[in-house]
Design a protein around this ligand. Structure first.
Ligand SMILES: Nc1ncnc2c1ncn2[C@@H]1O[C@H](COP(=O)(O)OP(=O)(O)OP(=O)(O)O)[C@@H](O)[C@H]1O
Ligand SMILES: [Mg+2]
Length: 259
């Protein structure tokens, strides 16, 4: 009962650029809770790939395996040609310097100013960024990208929810990642602010040619941003395709997402 085959073959017939992430047959269980049962995914260079799945379907587990925070039971995860599970700490850190992660919420450090929040990843990834950094220019450029240069010296508590999300995005961008992982980038925001964040994500992708993996429940977000989508259902990549392809699929499990 998998409509996957049809859609997958549609995808394969299109000329696709190189995969910056390739996940093959990923499996992860917690006791009897079989969360990922053979999940496959490719993120192609420069694309916006949206992953949708119900709460508890394993999206965060998949992301944690992807960045090496959690060990899968089996399967393979290649990021920019490297098998994540085989990397030692040093190599994993180097790889993480190429991956920006926008956490759910904004996860700014409340006790630090906006500037200090943005300086933090620069220090953490000093090796990539170099020693003679013009920190101030980088901080200001990142904030200008999200239209918030004027907030540089204030505390996060003085920002609205949407502004915090934009600062968090600036903090993700400052290390110039090649891949950005967004976990629910619009959750908890009103529709207008959500739209602003989505436009910002699109602008950033265009400017820096990043490849993005976007986890979202937000159908409007998916419609606007997705070059391609994967629905994670029953622990597998149940179906893949463009937004317009998926909304036409006559399968109750798929339809449930687009109500
Ligand atoms: N460290 C863990 N130990 C045991 N079970 C876990 C652990 N992490 C996740 N799980 C289980 O794995 C399943 C998937 O969780 P996950 O957080 O990936 O869901 P999700 O798809 O991200 O959901 P949401 O949309 O609510 O964020 C859940 O049943 C959860 O209880
Ligand atoms: Mg989650």
């Amino acid at each position: 009962m998998k409509a996957t085959q049809n859609i997958t073959s549609v995808q394969q017939s299109r000329a696709m650029p190189e995969a910056v992430i390739a996940i093959k047959d990923l499996r992860k269980s917690f006791g009897d809770n079989h969360v990922l049962n053979g999940f496959n995914m490719k993120l192609y260079k420069g694309e916006n790939l949206v992953i949708m799945g119900k709460s508890g379907s394993g999206k965060s587990v998949m992301i944690k395996c992807l960045v090496g925070l959690m060990q899968a039971d089996s399967g393979s995860i290649m990021v920019m040609g490297k098998e994540v599970a085989k990397l030692n700490r040093k190599l994993l850190d180097e790889l993480r310097a190429e991956i920006g992660f926008l956490f759910q919420g904004s996860a700014l450090y409340d006790s630090m100013t906006v500037r200090e929040n943005l300086e933090f990843p620069l220090r953490r990834h000093q090796k990539k960024m170099g020693n003679n950094l013009d920190t101030n220019s980088l901080v200001m450029e990142a904030l200008e990208n999200v239209g918030l240069a004027h907030t540089v010296d204030i505390m996060p508590e003085e920002l609205s929810g949407g502004m915090k999300r934009r600062v968090a995005l600036a903090r993700t961008l400052i290390i110039q990642p090649k891949i950005i992982l967004y976990d629910e980038p619009t959750s908890g925001l009103d529709p207008i602010t959500s739209k602003e964040i989505i436009e910002l994500m699109l602008r950033i992708q265009k400017k820096y040619q990043t490849s993005s993996l976007i986890i979202t429940h937000d159908v409007d977000c998916a419609r606007v941003i997705a070059d391609r989508m994967i629905l994670l259902i029953d622990g597998i990549n149940y179906i893949e395709g463009t937004f317009n392809e998926l909304i036409q699929i006559n399968d109750p499990k798929v339809k449930a997402f687009f109500k």
